[in-house]
Design a protein around this ligand. Structure first.
Ligand SMILES: [Cu+2]
Length: 289
């Protein structure tokens, strides 16, 4: 049994590791979350596992009780049903029990919610993400703001952009210009929309918020792992809702500074240079393993 589990574990690791070297993205037959790339997502994962300790036993208990009642009290073996209608002890237990369980769920749940609205430090970089039908505008709110559009990459353009490797640049998730942010840096994203309601979501970072025209919603994240991460617009926003992915490239400080300086005058060139730098770094890391 132990060997079986070990084999299953090893194959699960080998399933996710090629992608994990580069990025967090959905995988076929995925049952769980993408690997967490922020402390916040790690906390969300912890809370999800914690709630399962309540959900699974309660579901099992209810199922067993149901089965027991169906079998034991079926008409053919229980022709004179009991007419008992009140039992104070049982009523106290089934009132107090759920209250205690709800308290065990509510306290960490509210703590998590509070943590999501309380960044532990001031953001070092502020970006604005504006949802359009059906692409995103990103604005770097720095001394000389950098603005660019990020849209789904048509298959015909993949070769010219050097994005032919479908493991790293998957169908329906690859964009022309990724959002680029430095690793281990607190980033604030101001999310809004220009036409209809969209939603900015990045599963590996544990962030998702609506992009509402005329309003600004704020999210923040501090990615702790370099790589390329994928999310999608998560609010039905029209016929091409499924075709407005979000891609964030998390890089080291030097790569970010170089990219930012170059991106102001030549965004495609800056992106290509950055891809070359991160790809060679990934190959060195893979060789090191
Ligand atoms: Cu949308």
């Amino acid at each position: 049994m132990r060997r079986l589990l070990a084999t299953a574990g090893a194959s699960a690791v080998s399933l996710v590791s090629p992608a994990a070297a580069y990025a967090a993205q959905p995988v076929d037959w995925q049952m769980r979350f993408q690997p967490a790339a922020t402390d916040m997502m790690a906390q969300i994962e912890w809370f999800e596992k914690y709630t399962l300790w309540f959900i699974v036993p309660i579901t099992a208990l209810v199922l067993i009780l149901l089965g027991w009642c169906i079998l034991k009290f079926r008409a053919s073996v229980n022709q004179n049903p009991s007419r008992t209608s009140h039992n104070t002890l049982i009523e106290v237990i089934w009132t107090v029990g759920p209250v205690v369980i709800l308290l065990f769920l509510a306290v960490p749940s509210f703590q998590l919610l509070t943590a999501q609205y309380t960044p532990e430090e001031e953001a070092k970089l502020t970006l604005k993400a504006t949802g359009n039908q059906w692409n995103w505008d990103y604005e770097y709110q720095i001394d000389e703001p950098l603005t660019f559009n990020s849209a789904l990459m048509p298959d015909a353009d993949r070769a010219a952009a050097g994005k032919e490797d479908r493991a790293v640049y998957p169908r329906l998730l690859t964009v022309d210009n990724e959002m680029v942010v430095p690793v281990n840096t607190m980033v604030r994203v101001l999310v809004t929309a220009a036409d209809v309601i969209h939603a900015f979501a990045m599963p590996a970072f544990g962030v998702k918020t609506d992009a509402v025209p005329g309003r600004i919603n704020e999210i923040w994240f501090k990615a702790n792992k370099e790589g390329l991460y994928y999310g999608q617009c998560s609010e039905l926003c029209g016929k091409d809702h499924a075709y407005m992915p979000i891609a964030i490239r998390v890089v080291n400080d030097d790569q970010y500074t170089t990219w930012l300086a170059a991106a102001k005058s030549d965004l495609p060139g800056a992106n290509k240079a950055l891809m070359a730098a991160t790809d060679s770094a990934a190959k060195v890391a893979a060789a090191g393993n």
